[in-house]
Design a protein around this ligand. Structure first.
Ligand code: HEC
Length: 336
């Protein structure tokens, strides 16, 4: 949450740009009421078909709160201080092996004030993590004739959601009597509403990452030590549901509990492959050779220290909103 408002693309698959449309989608996915069809199944006419029970002003206020969030500092008083010498060594490793994807890359023109970042989005073929989430979003097609009239559709999820979220937001803004300035503010600093589907996942900035186990977009790796280990050494299954923190490996302890959930990485969508530092040259998503135990520990010390010891920023880039479907913000810079 703490960096999200500053990123140009959000969601694991870098699919949304705008806070309001993303938040509207979130509510639709959690049981928000829509008015697309009348009780007898016939389409409701414009503009009443875009009526919902979504409280746009509450969403706007929530988002204004998120903008103030900062990554949580490592709680030394609870979990023990991090080792500053190790953290510095870890920072050097990070600069060499991680920063091209995970360091913040300011968007040109924002550097002076409220800095916004072009998030690095990495194609599935390179990152090699479970493809289901990105591919599902990319491949789904929807019949929308009853929603948008005969002759329309089928449309992809991105196109459909862009249309629906914009129509819903505009309907509420109209009803609230919002003028241009209020619309801009509610949209989140005038962000355009664009939704795209790409076969890729984003590499988020890692400040505060110690607090967010389990890892990867599908939560398939229980702690950071395992994420930096070759995929063959990662847990095949583990338990979620305890909040007892492991300050060595940086994640929650895996322990079977009555209310816990067993996470099985062999199930579809749950793969823990990819993002691999391994000597196995055939491993999917190989990013580099295996890290030694000492290197992994130094990187973990650095990730604890990160909010206070940020990596060097990458050079600022222009962000061309018009070219959004093609612009992943990044190209693989070198062969390994
Ligand atoms: C080629 C670009 C690239 C490099 C290099 C890279 N990463 Fe990543 N990283 C990614 C992407 C993309 C994801 C998201 C993958 C996913 O969720 O499936 C990710 C995910 C992560 C996550 C999990 C984030 C979360 O929210 O769960 C951590 C932690 C992480 N990387 C740490 C590192 C560290 C430490 C290094 C260096 C040793 C590194 N990465 C090198 C691209 C990269």
């Amino acid at each position: 949450m703490w960096d999200v408002p500053r990123l140009n693309w959000v969601h694991h698959n870098s699919s949304f740009t705008q806070a309001m449309s993303r938040n509207i989608l979130q509510i639709l996915g959690n049981g928000g009421r829509v008015n697309f069809l009348a009780a007898d199944g016939t389409p409701v006419p414009e503009p009443a078909k875009w009526d919902t029970n979504i409280e746009v002003t509450a969403l706007r206020d929530l988002e204004a709160g998120f903008i103030k969030l900062r990554a949580p500092a490592w709680p030394a008083e609870l979990l023990g201080a991090f080792d500053p010498v190790q953290a510095k060594a870890g920072r050097a490793l990070f600069q060499r092996m991680c920063s091209e994807c995970h360091a913040p890359r300011p968007i040109q023109g924002t550097e002076g004030g409220y800095v916004e970042y072009a998030v690095t989005t990495v194609p599935l073929a390179i990152i090699g993590t479970d493809p289901h989430e990105a591919e599902t979003f990319l491949r789904r097609r929807y019949q929308v004739e009853r929603l948008l009239g005969s002759g329309s559709g089928p449309v992809g999820g991105a196109e459909g959601l862009q249309h629906i979220t914009a129509a819903i937001a505009n309907r509420i803004y109209d009803r609230l009597g919002y003028g241009p300035a209020e619309r801009q503010e509610a949209d989140g600093r005038g962000r355009r509403n664009l939704v795209r589907a790409v076969a890729a996942y984003k590499a988020r900035p890692l400040d505060g990452i110690w607090a967010t186990a389990p890892f990867l977009h599908n939560g398939s790796v229980p702690n950071l030590y395992e994420l930096l280990s070759p995929p063959a050494e990662r847990s095949r299954e583990f338990w979620l549901g305890t909040y007892e923190y492991d300050p060595v490996r940086l994640g929650y302890l895996s322990r079977e509990t009555r209310r816990g959930t067993r996470f099985d990485t062999t199930q579809p969508g749950n793969s823990n492959a990819g993002h691999a530092f391994t000597d196995d040259r055939g491993a999917p998503g190989r990013l580099g050779p295996a890290l030694t135990h000492a290197e992994r520990l130094a990187l973990l010390e650095y990730l604890k220290a990160l909010p206070d010891l940020p990596p060097d920023r990458l050079p600022a880039v222009p962000f061309d909103w018009e070219k959004y479907p093609e612009q992943l913000g990044w190209r693989w810079p070198r062969q390994r």
